[in-house]
Design a protein around this ligand. Structure first.
Ligand code: NAD
Length: 509
């Protein structure tokens, strides 16, 4: 049964979608899909509102975001309820991985944006009669398109960064979790954000595609590689810059000297938190042979202790979308058909009617299996023994994805060296799922995992145009390169080039 399905309403105007709880499959509401003309109108209104918003001092903009933190603390129970109703994730996980990082993002960027986006005075190495200031200006209107797996924080965090940089935002959350996305608009409006500075538009791919074409000045997209490609094509056609935060196939490497207790707990959490539906979930574990059996035993024990369900106290919720559940089933089936052994899970949880897939541990996997090549995005952990850490790095890098990765060793220097050898946008030694939570760290992927960065100074600045303002400091009549040209000028230029780059003094200068 589909979690999102069209409501048949022949002859009526706007399309409607019916939503079901992924945990119980009960209907939980309907949304209207915003058509392209509504998207264009929202972008036009945002453009008008943006000018006054950008003219406010950073402190004023920050004050609104800090007020949003107070409101979020007050309203946390209702926000958790909305998120849990749409995703089925455990309330504690909604608190830890949605609300907690949301409070942090609001506070972090409210307090730091002024410093990060302050004009930079940069001394010039050559044109010393001029002064250079690098100025960060808002791009204008940012279109933000987000997925369903962390539907609140992944909508809020780029929105906060775009707003603090002085932009207006039109946000299109996933059709699978629209109400969690809508909370972002509700929160910031209640905190005092002026009208039209943020508009949340509900809808599916049609609404998202319309947003990319609606004349925005930047697209911040988080979602799958397939949709990311389509978004990138449309952005290319319109010459709109875009940040693409896409899928991953993150590896976890366990060296022979690793603390196996910590490494196995981290692997279980990294693979099964959010029921494996995190872009930086652990999707492959490469373990040095001499500790592979002990590590696998611990992983299987800890997996068996996990509780799954729709209510009460539980560690794992359901898959959030039936289409993703089908992908998980296909990957595990393909692996088993090709010879993989299932040490835990490997099937839907028969206890519940919803989209529950049991936390699954696979061994005897091979690189040609789907579960080792494509993003699974579900609670599946394949474990592969390797000769040594170097082989693990080579196998980890042999992937079209490059989002994040983890390394476990007691030797931190070696861990860092292995992390640096990984072809990923981030790498963590001694932990999992940590890269997105460290807001100082620019986050994003290489290869097919994406383009650009969110978070950190680089992420915040990516919501700006950099403008270089050069000011001549002296009132001279002319410059060496100005007209007229002629033999005398050529001689002067040759002499200058010889002195600057052809003499030890010039090179030293
Ligand atoms: P998706 O690509 O199906 O959808 C993402 C968003 O794009 C949704 O809002 C959807 O309505 C919209 N959309 C669909 N078609 C569109 C089009 N043609 N033009 C514009 N927008 C369109 O992704 P999903 O299934 O919602 O999310 C899961 C994926 O997101 C996984 O691959 C996961 O790895 C990735 N993800 C990446 C990160 C990251 O930071 N790198 C974070 C979370 C999730």
């Amino acid at each position: 049964m589909a979690v999102v399905e069209p409501v048949e309403a022949p002859g009526e105007g706007r399309r409607r979608l019916r939503l079901r709880s992924p945990a119980t499959l009960e209907p939980i509401g309907e949304i209207e899909v915003e058509p392209p003309e509504a998207v264009r109108a929202a972008v036009d209104r945002a453009r008008k509102a943006q000018r006054e918003w950008a003219a406010l001092p950073f402190r004023e903009r920050g004050r609104i975001l800090l007020r949003a933190v107070d409101l979020l603390l007050e309203r946390q129970d209702r926000f958790v309820e909305v998120i849990v109703r749409e995703t089925g994730k455990p309330p504690a996980e909604a608190l830890a991985m949605e609300l907690f990082p949301a409070c942090d993002a609001l506070t972090f960027f409210a307090r730091r944006a002024e410093r990060i986006l302050a004009d930079r005075r940069v001394p010039l190495h050559l044109l010393r009669t001029k002064r250079l200031r690098v100025v960060y200006k808002p791009v204008g209107v940012v279109g933000i398109i987000t997925p369903w797996n962390f539907p609140f924080v992944l909508s809020l965090n780029p929105t906060v960064q775009a707003l603090m940089a002085g932009n207006a935002v039109v946000l299109k959350p996933s059709e699978v979790t629209p109400c969690s996305g809508r909370l972002v608009g509700e929160l910031l409006e209640a905190a005092g954000l002026p009208p039209d500075v943020l508009t949340v538009l509900l809808g599916d791919g049609e609404t998202g595609a319309a947003l990319v074409e609606a004349g925005v000045d930047k697209i911040s997209f988080t979602g799958s590689v397939a949709t990311g490609e389509r978004v990138a094509e449309a952005c290319g056609r319109n010459l709109v810059p875009c940040t693409l935060e896409l899928g991953g196939k993150d590896a976890l490497i366990v060296c022979e000297d690793a603390d196996l207790e910590r490494a196995s707990s981290a692997a279980v959490f990294g693979a099964f938190a959010n029921a494996g539906q995190a872009c930086i979930s652990v999707e492959r574990a490469y373990v040095v042979s001499e500790v592979a059996d002990a590590f696998t035993r611990k992983v299987v024990e800890k997996t068996a202790a996990l509780r799954q369900g729709p209510s009460g106290e539980y560690d794992l919720g359901p898959m959030m979308w039936d289409r993703q559940l089908e992908i998980v089933e296909r990957h595990v089936r393909d692996a088993v058909e090709k010879g993989a052994r299932v040490l835990a899970g490997g099937r839907r949880n028969p206890e519940w009617p919803g989209l529950f897939y049991e936390p699954t541990v696979l061994v005897d996997v091979r690189p040609d299996m789907l579960v080792m090549r494509e993003e699974t995005f579900g609670p599946v952990l394949p474990i592969v023994p390797v000769r040594d850490a170097e082989e693990a790095v080579a196998l980890a890098n042999d992937s079209p994805f490059g989002l994040s990765a983890s390394v476990f060793t007691r030797d931190r220097r070696r861990g860092e060296a292995l992390a640096r050898a990984l072809e990923t946008g981030s790498a963590v030694v001694g932990d999992v799922l940590a890269a997105y939570g460290a807001l100082e760290a620019p986050f994003g992927g290489v290869k097919r995992s994406g383009i650009g960065r969110v978070n950190g100074e680089a992420g915040l600045r990516s919501f700006c145009h950099t403008q270089s303002v050069l000011v001549e400091r002296f009132s001279r009549r002319s410059e060496m390169v100005w007209f007229p040209h002629g033999a005398a000028k050529s001689r002067r230029i040759r002499r200058a080039m010889r002195i600057l780059w052809g003499t030890p003094l010039g090179r030293w200068l």
